[in-house]
Ligand binder design. Structure first.
Ligand code: GDP
Ligand code: MG
Length: 301
């Protein structure tokens, strides 16, 4: 991480002053807990608004956003510092290609993350998609298999395109909670959480609207249809996740490779060799010796 260029967080000054004061408060809270660096990993399908969310949080166009060719081809980490506080955000390529989890993209992400410490995982999807399917479950499973179940203790589900009119006469809050419940169910399944774990680790959910047409309040802050100023809100939830957990998750070789099914087998090799030596080789040698001693004249003679 040492080679990473840390720039000053210029986007900070671009936020409305109401947002700035809330963020200063959050940074103060983190510093009280001796947290001076927060590293956020952003993952999800392609085109759901990962890169846009990164830019919204930073208040600047730090990573490329594209409506069509949806991809950031490789992971990037953007680092910004403000008042001796450093925010790192890692944007990643989408995990899905042709209806499957793209293992190559996942491998690339894993290698990029090697020796980095992750404090928060943003799992991004759209609010305005009504179905969750097996693919969503596959993605969550791939993330779990790669970084361990523990990553979900630091997980935050982020729903983009949040400026929508709810269907079927639902209120906005009813709609967002139904959509999030469906998605969180998939996350729990994909992360193979047990009942007690679900109770212990309720994964927070935040809605965001990255569009420039997002409504604003009288303080010039971008708001959701329910009136929430969402940038301070997502950063507050991120802060809560960081503060509620101990040190972040270090992505090391062991974690990435996971428990190797071959290792067990390898441990048996010397045992099997010893067994073979004493019970097979030794026996055959004894048989041969006995044979030789029994024959007083070699058979060829
Ligand atoms: P990524 O592939 O997940 O990184 O998605 P991008 O951030 O590149 O966004 C894909 C497209 O969706 C772009 O055209 C964005 O402008 C658009 N987009 C992203 N987030 C939102 C959002 O919250 N609301 C709306 N209306 N459009 C969004
Ligand atoms: Mg992107």
């Amino acid at each position: 991480m040492a080679s990473q260029v840390i720039r000053e967080w210029v986007g900070f000054q671009q936020f409305p002053s109401a947002t700035q004061s809330k963020l200063i408060e959050l940074i103060r809270k983190l510093k009280q807990e001796s947290v001076s660096t927060v590293t956020i990993l952003v993952m999800g399908k392609g085109g759901v608004g990962k890169s846009s969310t990164v830019n919204s949080i930073l208040g600047e166009r730090a990573v490329a956003v594209s409506a069509f060719q949806s991809e950031t081809p490789r992971p990037v980490m953007v680092s910004r510092s403000w008042a001796e506080f450093t925010l790192n955000i890692i944007d990643t390529p989408g995990l899905v290609e042709g209806g499957y989890v793209n293992d190559q993209a996942l491998d690339l992400i894993k290698r990029f993350l090697l020796n980095k410490t992750i404090d928060v995982l943003l799992y991004v999807d759209r609010l305005d998609t009504y179905r969750v399917d097996n693919l969503d479950r596959q993605i969550v499973k791939a993330i779990t298999d790669s970084f361990g179940k523990e990553i979900w203790r630091r997980g935050l589900v982020v729903l983009t395109h949040a400026q929508v009119s709810p269907p079927d006469g639902l209120s906005y809050d009813e709609f967002t909670s139904r959509r999030s419940e469906a998605l969180l169910k998939i996350v729990r399944l994909g992360a193979r959480m047990k009942k007690q774990e679900i109770k212990a680790a309720s994964i927070p959910l935040v809605c965001v609207e990255n569009s420039g047409r997002c409504n604003k309040n009288e303080l010039d802050e971008k708001i959701l249809p329910n009136g929430t100023a969402w940038i301070p809100s997502i950063l507050q939830t991120i802060t809560e996740v960081v503060v509620s957990q101990s040190k972040g998750i270090l992505i090391d070789q062991k974690l990435i490779e996971g428990p190797n099914p071959n290792t067990k087998g390898k441990l048996l090799i010397p045992l099997i060799a010893t067994f073979q030596y004493f019970f097979v080789v030794k026996r055959i040698q004894t048989w041969i010796k006995n044979d030789i001693s029994r024959e007083n004249r070699p058979s060829w003679a």
